[in-house]
Design a protein around this ligand. Structure first.
Ligand code: AMP
Ligand code: ZN
Length: 114
């Protein structure tokens, strides 16, 4: 997707702070971190949003969660705890129309999702 910022990062057209990369998934640091550790787990394949996934993406989604867990361990936030978030659409505050899982950790968080 030409105008997609995450596709551009994945294709090396603009810089990203990568902490993990394989053939189907990358992990970068969020440019505007909300917590001391704030990662984005992103599929290489352009899927605009969570509600667009199909059953053929089930393996990919499972792999994304496994990669999120692995990255959380490597960043040292596994024992203290972390949150995975997917914003889907306008009311959820989705800004980038390329599916991504936020991995948030490194400080206590409230149960208030606003
Ligand atoms: P969302 O609101 O769920 O779509 O989240 C998009 C996230 O992407 C935000 O937390 C942004 O800070 C982050 N973001 C936007 N541009 C970049 C970039 N160039 N590199 C890393 N993170 C970015
Ligand atoms: Zn994209």
């Amino acid at each position: 997707m030409e105008d997609c910022i995450f596709c551009k990062i994945i294709n090396g057209k603009i810089p990203g702070d990568f902490v993990y990369k394989d053939a189907e998934i990358v992990v970068i640091r969020d440019i505007n971190p909300l917590t001391p550790t704030h990662l984005l787990v992103i599929p290489v394949k352009h899927i605009a949003m969570l509600s667009d996934i199909s059953p053929t993406d089930n393996t990919l989604m499972g792999n994304m969660i496994a990669v999120a867990n692995k990255a959380a361990k490597e960043q040292g936030i596994c024992e203290s705890g972390y949150r995975l978030v997917v914003n889907n659409g306008k009311n959820a505050g989705q800004l980038v129309a390329h599916l991504h899982i936020h991995v948030l950790g490194g400080r206590p968080m409230s149960g208030n999702f606003d």
